[in-house]
Design a protein around this ligand. Structure first.
Ligand SMILES: [Zn+2]
Length: 177
């Protein structure tokens, strides 16, 4: 039996999917049906195909949606959030997942609810994703992309292991005083 590795659940919003930064064939990714609809309407079939074949499509329960609406009302973000946005935040809440979005109001609402969020354009918010590589055959995890599995010869795919904070931008020296 291959060793179980915990891959963090991540809810991807439309911008995150379209960023192309995420290998949506990984089982760790979740979307709502309305996010899929948005992508469908954009006729970005390449992404739709990836989404259809791989991501988990779940719509949040009504109590999670209600909590998000309440938090967004209290913060004043509610007017800047579409139903699709609210559902994405609610799904992250429900699943205990990381929300991946570039939308500031979604990030802010997530923060209020204790949901971890990260930007699709990672650089902007000072976080990076550490990638690991997993064999599509036996599931063995590799730190480096060696292309194929040394054990069974299947192709490796990349997965984000986790997010971690990095220092702001290049050139800025943190903690130098
Ligand atoms: Zn293998």
């Amino acid at each position: 039996m291959p060793q179980q590795h915990d891959l963090e659940k991540m809810v991807l919003d439309t911008s995150a999917i379209l960023s192309g930064r995420f290998d949506t064939s990984s089982p760790q990714f979740y979307v709502t049906s309305s996010i899929l609809n948005e992508i469908e309407k954009g006729k970005i079939s390449r992404y739709l195909k990836m989404a259809e074949t791989s991501m988990n499509v779940i719509d949040p329960d009504s109590s999670s949606v209600a909590k998000v609406v309440e938090a967004a009302r209290s913060s004043g973000d509610i007017d800047r959030l579409s139903n699709t946005d609210i559902e994405a935040v609610a799904l992250a809440l429900q699943l205990g997942a990381v929300l991946v979005t570039d939308d500031y109001s979604m990030q802010n609402t997530s923060r209020i609810l204790g949901i971890k969020s990260t930007g699709a354009s990672i650089k902007e918010i000072g976080k990076v994703i550490e990638w690991i590589y997993r064999c599509t055959g036996c599931g063995r995890i590799y730190e480096k992309n060696t292309g194929t599995c040394a054990i069974c010869g299947h192709a490796l795919k990349n997965y984000p292991r986790s997010t971690r904070k990095i220092h702001e931008g290049p050139g800025k020296k943190p903690n130098s005083r």
